[in-house]
Design a protein around this ligand. Structure first.
Ligand code: 26W
Length: 822
């Protein structure tokens, strides 16, 4: 019997019993000696029991119905903390709060000791987590497949304003959410040789691959619960273990170190998350990670299919495999290997099944982010897969040659092998040709995909390019992160919006309702006060919660243009210094985000933010008119504090470069107004919330492309802007870096000469838009109306809507609750 089935008045005491049992019998602690950690674990285990029961209950019905399942393969799942979201979904928050209070323990304290599961870098990883949440809530049977990194994304600290990286230790105290499944482990091979591969590329037969080293993929299941516990799914994360823990022979000969080396090598595969987004490092270990988790996932998918259906030819009727970017693109070759080598299917049959089963999401247009693997390395680690890729390429090019436009240049561009330098496998090409659908993540991004990276492939491969604009899990980003606002909304329009986010639109009517506005504003104020406390503790800066909170939170990257934001901060500072008595609208510039450890320019931008903060925050002439803070160690939990406290959302990437953005959605949903460019999902956000409720500036993607072609130097724009000239002079003089005048000279040189991100060219228009923000803010009725309309009209950006679109158009999975998308 599950706690969920109990009558309301029985629930709390059942929860209490369960927590106590886990504490005493599971953890061996008495009530008296239990630490907060122990209470957290006992509470989490209690919640996990409920979720697991739900999962066991829904699983047989999926099996019986022979339902098609979605397999979402992602090298990152940025899930963050789970306790509160699980309790919210199960509607057990009050019962747990009460039960813990009876023990003299506060749920809010317990909640904070849960480590963040930071198994991702940024947008792509968080999207995977939101989609798994939504698939479960709308009732799509799904498995998420990823890696159980021992160390997630590094912890960020500042020393003298410079970023330093520290290892992340989320598993230090164990992970109460996971269930291990020793009976479902797989052997994953690497290296070795291939025998029996035929020369005939027209109809290649099976081959035998004998790997030299083998690593065991261990199974760690994190149950995922949908809204109100109606559905449940599994996030299956793979760990690595050596096949022979201590090579006994070596051990017996006294070579203890040698004996341990296999163990160390095997475990290294899942040891750490690569902290780069957008610049693949090309290391061997990364390729091993990619193959390891993809191969384990496919082995698991095929095993389940054979157990339940028994006919490999029917795979695509029961399995939709979604590749989250190219990191699992090796799935195309691995599935071919399984079908041809292990199941004896003909090449053509196998290719049809592969293409009917796999689809692929692209998340970036940046050329430097497109994954390529040197052929030599690839062949050493995955010899059979390299053969298969060459065979796929043979058919692909043969088909292309039949087109009259296919000259050598064209074939060169569409080949799965890049031959422009040392030969390399193009993973995006592989994913493209092996998929029935490829999707971009916003309208603009999808259009640009068709015009750029996939322009040539689109002329020859039958793959369909579609758009699936990203979405976010409202349950986490509104209900859980901003419970006071969620409650106000529920009290105002009823709580149906919790399961049907489109109902948020009903809130439009209250945008000018005085009592609603006052409560909305008060909640924002409380959230800002809570954030101010966090900032005081982290950075020792005192914030005035009545100032405008201007927030830019995301990975640090030149194309995201944190630098533009900082140049504006300098301009504001210089203005205040010029006229200290002028009435300016008080503003707090809040930035947060991590830089890839090897990305020197991004780290310099962090240092710049901290340098500006030091000068501005300590200048008595400035007072509360301007503050700048860079909050360290941005992660999901910190985002949950920052987002509900934001008045203004900075979405200022160079147009054409941000595939979608999802932080923009989270901020707008919580009522922040956006200052932004026509980039990624900003365009669609603006269309839906209304142009009058969005501060637009900057060049369009087309204009950016033009300027890039003309190679217009940033210096031109500086000549036309006195303001920007002064900013650059201040920066160059060492005003913010008295200890090192030349610290920012390289940055300035870039801006003036090349300015690839058009920071200078967009500066004046950005300044203008910011002053519009100031003016708007001075009119509270207008401001709050716009803010409330943002919340109401973000309804469409729910990830429930997004996964339903995938289910309808890509996965072809019928839905029990089709939902009424407006
Ligand atoms: C190291 C190789 C590499 C390359 C790209 C690692 C990770 C990536 C990702 C594609 C980076 C990423 O997270 N992209 C973001 O994906 C979000 C979800 O679709 C979008 O909202 C962001 O615009 C996009 O930058």
């Amino acid at each position: 019997m599950s706690i969920l089935d109990l009558r309301p008045e029985q629930k709390s005491s059942a929860v209490k019993d369960s927590i106590e049992r886990h504490l005493v019998l599971g953890l061996g602690k008495s009530l008296k000696e239990a630490t907060l950690q122990d209470w957290y674990r006992a509470t989490a285990l209690t919640a996990r029991d409920v979720v697991t029961r739900r999962w066991l209950n829904v699983r047989p019905s999926n099996k019986e119905l022979g339902k098609k399942r979605v397999y979402y393969l992602s090298i990152e799942f940025l899930i963050g903390r789970l306790l509160f979201s699980v309790l919210t979904s199960l509607d057990l928050v009050d019962e747990v709060r009460e039960a813990l209070a009876d023990f003299g323990v506060s749920l809010d304290d317990v909640r904070k000791v849960e480590p963040d599961a930071a198994l991702g870098n940024g947008g792509l990883g968080r999207l995977a987590a939101c989609y798994l949440d939504s698939m479960t809530s709308v009732g799509i049977p799904a498995y998420g497949y990823g890696i159980r990194y021992e160390h997630g994304l590094f912890a960020q600290r500042f020393r003298d304003g410079w970023q330093e990286e520290y290892p992340e230790l989320w598993l230090k105290t164990g992970n109460p959410w996971e269930l291990t499944r020793p009976e479902k482990e797989y052997e994953i091979g690497f290296g070795g040789s291939v025998e029996g591969a035929e020369d005939n590329p027209e109809n290649p037969g099976p081959a035998v691959w004998t790997p030299t080293d083998t690593v065991i993929a261990t199974t760690h299941d994190v149950p995922v619960i949908g809204w109100r516990g109606e559905h449940a799914n599994i996030l299956r994360l793979w760990g690595a273990r050596p096949i022979d823990p201590i090579r006994l022979s070596a051990f017996n000969e006294g070579d203890y170190v040698g004996a341990m080396s296999a163990k160390i090598q095997a475990e290294a595969i899942t040891r750490i998350l690569y902290p780069n987004d957008h610049t693949p490092q090309g290391q061997e270990l990364r390729l091993r990670q990619e193959y390891f988790f993809t191969a384990a996932s496919l082995a698991d998918i095929v095993r389940r299919h054979m157990e339940q259906v028994g006919d490999i030819r029917k795979l695509s009727a029961f399995a939709a495999i979604q590749l989250n970017d190219t990191h699992p693109a090796i799935a195309v070759a691995e599935l071919m290997r399984i079908l041809v080598d292990l199941h004896g299917l003909s090449w053509h049959e196998a290719w049809t099944i592969t293409r009917e089963t796999i689809s692929f999401t692209n998340h970036t247009l940046l050329p430097e982010a497109l994954e390529k693997w040197p052929v030599a390395l690839f062949g050493r680690i995955l010899p059979r897969h390299l053969q298969i890729i060459y065979l796929i390429n043979w058919h692909h090019l043969k088909n292309a040659r039949t087109k009259d436009f296919a000259d050598d240049g064209f074939l060169f561009r569409i080949s799965l092998i890049d031959e422009s330098g040392d030969k390399a496998v193009r993973m995006a090409h592989l994913a493209y040709v092996g998929s029935h659908h490829v999707n971009g993540v916003s309208q603009l991004h999808t259009e640009l995909l068709k015009e750029t990276v996939f322009q040539d492939l689109a002329k020859v491969a039958p793959t369909v390019i579609v758009n699936k604009t990203n979405g976010i899990a409202f349950r986490r980003w509104l209900h859980e992160a901003n419970p006071a606002l969620a409650k106000l909304i529920a009290d105002t329009i009823g709580d149906a919006f919790m399961s049907d986010p489109t109902r948020l639109l009903d809130l439009e009517r209250y945008a000018t309702d005085a009592s609603f506005v006052a409560q909305f504003e008060k909640i924002r104020q409380q959230n800002k006060t809570a954030l101010a406390k966090v900032v005081r503790e982290a950075s020792n800066v005192q914030l005035d919660a009545s100032a405008l909170f201007d927030v830019q939170i995301k990975r640090i990257h030149e194309y995201k243009r944190q630098c533009l934001n900082l140049l504006e901060a300098i301009a504001c500072y210089l203005d205040i210094k010029d006229e200290p008595h002028r009435d300016v609208l008080p503003r707090v510039k809040i930035l947060s985000g991590k830089a890839a450890p090897g990305y020197a320019r991004a780290k310099l931008i962090i240092k710049l933010a901290n340098d500006i903060a030091r000068v501005v925050n300590n200048d008595p002439a400035v007072g509360d008119k301007l503050k700048v803070v860079f909050v360290p160690n941005y992660n999901v939990s910190l985002a949950e504090v920052l987002i509900p406290a934001a008045d203004l959302s900075e979405q200022i990437s160079t147009a054409g470069m941000e595939a979608s953005g999802t932080g923009n959605m989270k901020l707008a949903l919580n009522g922040a107004l956006t200052i932004g460019t026509l980039d990624g999902a900003n365009i669609e956000i603006r269309e839906r919330v209304g142009a009058e409720n969005f501060f637009l500036f900057g060049m369009t993607a087309d204009q950016v492309a033009e300027k890039k072609q003309d190679r217009v130097p940033g210096g031109d724009a500086v000549q036309h802007s006195q303001r920007l000239q002064r900013v650059i002079e201040a920066l160059s003089s060492g005003l913010f870096s008295p200890d090192d005048d030349s610290r920012y000279h390289p940055l300035i040189a870039d801006l003036l000469v090349f300015d690839p991100y058009m920071t200078c060219l967009d500066f004046e228009d950005y300044w203008r838009a910011q002053r519009e923000v100031d003016a708007h803010r001075r009119n509270p009725a207008a401001w709050w109306k716009a803010s409330i309309l943002n919340t109401a009209r973000m309804a469409w950006f729910s990830s429930d809507r997004a996964v339903r679109e995938y289910a309808d158009d890509i996965w072809r999975i019928p839905l029990s609750h089709p939902g009424n998308d407006r």
